[in-house]
Design a protein around this ligand. Structure first.
Ligand code: HEC
Ligand SMILES: [Fe+2]
Length: 454
């Protein structure tokens, strides 16, 4: 498998795993919600019930008018259970447990709230503890302060059962004294059931929308990973193709030159070579031809022979052939070049020399190409040659190259115009450029009205 593909697969698996874990954690938190909320509800209900029981115990029970629905409590054995007021009205004593039952059964139950008071030793059989209540009461005797459990209902939903202990206090013994309790004992407990179906429905809704969000995020992530893969694959392919192209064009050039050494008409061959370079770098190709033409004119103006001038022309036609080795994006890069890119560019005279050195011709073409960026004051490259160590052909190319390059457009900068270019070589005359050659060049433009072809 392609290594990029393998990385992508790994990334996708990691991404999926990460989301699964996050979703699971979120899911668990939401699922715990309804029970936690019901517990809070149960605790506050029981504490309010225990408070009003405590209030009633404080008075040893409270007297109310008995009704048919709430008759005197047969389990309450106190002698003053039933009283008659002076004007003949009957009153009966309501003990806290009786009161709790009435309130929970007949008033709270309208709100869907329920409760049950129970004991391991009930006075009233209605207060008998069921199995879970019994377990909880035994746990309270061991010191637990509350008990809860979640049970399924017959309707298929869930219910929270929650229970708290009731401890024997001094005021309780007034009625419970013959049961053998001591203060602080667990006398019983009070439990409530809270329906979880509403909370569960809400949680299910949240989980569903959470799942939707997670699936969306998951898909977006996978899409991103996929796009990343495609991009890096095509980048890799592009790079490979470029490398291939570069190798091919270098080989072609070299093969071409090697065959060329026998060819008599170098100019035709150089044309062919230049048009090959043009495929990659159209600017350099046109540049070379214009430099060649101007350089030949300068050579003639300097009084060189037709034959020597022809050699200068030929050298001009291929003076930048070494750029075949530089990637096109570096050649045409606007703005500042990095150090690495700069050093790539500075190699082209030597590369050109290496490509051309196999040619057997009467002219110093390879040497002229190698030296065309040398400068009189030694500031040039690649060898930093000075003054007369630079051959005449190369000094002519340097002037023609500078004028052409400055006056013409490049993809990364506009041309400065011919006048600015001529002013520039005048400026450099004597320091970097040969003054005699600069003079000749200016004459050609000013007196002979020479112009570059398009
Ligand atoms: C006025 C008398 C009276 C007082 C005071 C009183 N109780 Fe009771 N209690 C009763 C009676 C009577 C019953 C049983 C009949 C019933 O269920 O109403 C009972 C029932 C209970 C039960 C249910 C189990 C059973 O025995 O049937 C518990 C638990 C309980 N009382 C706890 C207490 C606690 C704790 C206190 C003190 C905070 C207390 N009682 C104060 C009279 C009293
Ligand atoms: Fe150059």
């Amino acid at each position: 498998m392609h290594p990029l593909r393998k990385n992508t697969l790994l990334l996708s698996v990691l991404w999926t795993g990460l989301l699964l874990v996050l979703f699971f954690l979120n899911f668990r938190e939401i699922q715990k919600g309804p029970v936690a909320q019901a517990q809070v509800q149960a605790r506050s209900l029981l504490s309010s019930v225990i408070s009003f029981r405590s209030w009633a115990s404080h008075f040893g029970g409270v007297y109310v008018t008995p009704t048919e629905q709430y008759p005197p409590n047969p389990y309450l054995k106190t002698p003053e259970r039933d009283l008659v007021t002076r004007d003949g009205k009957a009153l009966t004593l309501i003990n806290p447990a009786y009161m709790t039952r009435q309130v929970l059964q007949d008033f709270y139950s309208q709100e869907g709230i329920n409760g049950h008071i129970s004991s391991l030793h009930p006075l009233n059989p209605r207060n008998t503890a069921d199995t879970w209540e019994k377990q909880s009461l035994l746990a309270f005797e061991q010191g637990s302060t509350h008990a809860w459990t979640v049970e399924p209902t017959q309707e298929g939903s869930r219910v929270l059962r929650y229970m708290q202990p009731l401890y024997v206090e001094n005021k309780c013994l007034k009625c419970h004294d013959d049961q053998g309790y001591r203060i602080g004992d667990v006398q019983g407990g009070i439990s409530t059931n809270i329906d979880l179906s509403h909370g569960d429905a809400i949680a299910a809704g949240s989980i569903q929308s959470l799942l939707g969000t997670y699936v969306l995020v998951w898909l977006i992530g996978l899409g991103g990973i996929f796009v990343l893969l495609r991009r890096s694959m095509s980048l890799a392919a592009e790079r490979k193709q470029k490398d291939n192209l570069l190798a091919v064009s270098e080989n072609l050039a070299q093969g071409f030159i090697n065959g060329m050494s026998e060819v008599a008409n170098l100019e035709d061959s150089f044309h062919a070579l230049a048009s090959m370079l043009e495929k990659r770098d159209p600017y350099t190709a046109g540049h070379q031809l214009r430099v060649a033409d101007l350089a030949e004119k300068i050579a003639l103006e300097l009084g060189m022979t037709q034959d020597q001038a022809h050699g200068v022309r030929l050298a001009g036609m291929v003076h930048d052939i070494g750029k075949i080795q530089i990637p096109a994006e570096v050649l045409n890069k606007p703005g500042k070049l990095s150090d690495l890119e700069h050093s790539m560019i500075r190699l082209h005279p030597q590369v050109g020399f290496d490509i051309l050195k196999a040619i057997r011709s009467p002219w110093p073409i390879p040497e002229a190409v190698r030296q065309h960026h040398e400068r009189l004051d030694g500031s040039g490259y690649p060898q930093g040659l000075k003054a007369n160590d630079i051959i005449m052909e190369a000094r002519i190319l340097a002037v023609a190259d500078t004028v052409e390059a400055m006056s013409s457009h490049r993809p990364y900068r506009p041309g400065l115009g011919l006048e600015a270019a001529l002013a520039e070589i005048k400026e450099l005359s004597g320091t970097q450029l040969d003054p005699v050659i600069v003079e000749a060049c200016l004459r050609i433009f000013h007196e002979k009205d020479y112009r570059f072809s398009a």
